[in-house]
Ligand binder design. Structure first.
Ligand code: ADP
Ligand code: MG
Ligand code: MG
Length: 251
């Protein structure tokens, strides 16, 4: 489904190579986690997949269902099914959360050649999804993210994800601390979205999120490459021993 081959990426502004040959395949229905020390290139990988400006691919490829992602505009990637969570933590004063979601969902449907949801169908869908994420009606009516707590913003992101029904969900954990309850809600939201035709890339510096979102495969990224791949036990190894042992082993 998502297939990344020998991906090399540098910054557009300066001559700095960040990704140095990433190879990764995510199969439908599977949750892959990427862990790694700060600065190893995890966020860069997610940005490049989503199509953010400022990065230049110098070698390699990234495809989703055989389609070349790197040639697409960010909106086309979204329409193809890529969703990067925590991509839009921005506050949008004056735009109600519900209006924002409806615009996003209908733009997505249009790009996929589906017809727009009626106001009634949209309302039914958003209420149903919001309920499972414990997002109350008040939060749906408020301007997007304005005055939301960190946890509320993240739940709202998961709501966006649930509404857009992506094929490939990429979650780049922000460092802003989520308390345990907020993290559990986010994890529950993600787990509810697991399905046989959807893949996940869960990027995290710390292991704790993976207590709640059980990954099928765990990769360790260091200095722009995936240096080790294993099962969930690899995340526990990191939790107990840190990254030093693994990095020494693969040097
Ligand atoms: P991670 O998410 O694993 O912490 P990042 O992808 O954020 O790593 O960063 C990888 C490396 O690239 C770091 O050394 C970081 O400083 C650098 N980097 C990424 N984006 C930029 C940028 N826009 N300008 C300067 N340096 C950057
Ligand atoms: Mg970082
Ligand atoms: Mg990061």
């Amino acid at each position: 489904m998502l297939e990344i081959k020998n991906l090399h990426v540098k910054l557009e502004e300066e001559d700095k190579q960040i990704l140095k040959g990433v190879n990764l395949t995510v199969e439908p229905g599977r949750v892959h986690a990427i862990m790694g020390p700060n600065g190893s290139g995890k966020s860069t990988l997610s940005y490049v997949l989503a199509g953010r400006d400022g990065y230049e691919v110098t070698e390699g490829s990234a495809t989703l269902d055989g389609k070349d992602l790197l040639e697409m505009e960010p909106e086309e990637r979204a329409a193809a099914g890529i969703f990067l969570a925590f991509q839009y933590p921005v506050e949008i004063p004056g735009v109600g959360n519900m209006t924002f979601l409806r615009t996003a969902v209908n733009a997505q449907r249009k790009a996929r050649g589906q017809k727009e949801l009626s106001a009634a169908d949209f309302l039914k869908l958003v209420r149903e999804k919001a309920k499972t994420l414990k997002i109350d009606a008040d939060m749906l009516k408020r301007p997007v993210n304005v005055g939301f707590s960190g946890g509320e913003k993240k739940r709202n992101e998961i709501l966006q994800m649930a509404m857009l029904e992506p094929r490939m969900c990429i979650l780049d954990e922000t460092d802003s601390g989520l308390d345990v309850d907020a993290m559990k809600l986010v994890a529950e939201g993600v787990n509810a979205l697991r399905s046989p035709d959807r893949g996940f890339l869960v990027i995290t510096h710390y292991q704790r999120l993976l207590d709640h979102i059980q990954p099928d495969v765990v990769h360790i990224m260091a200095d722009g490459r995936i240096v080790k791949t294993g099962g969930p036990e690899l995340a526990l190894e990191v939790e107990h021993n840190g990254y030093a042992d693994i990095l020494a082993e693969v040097q």
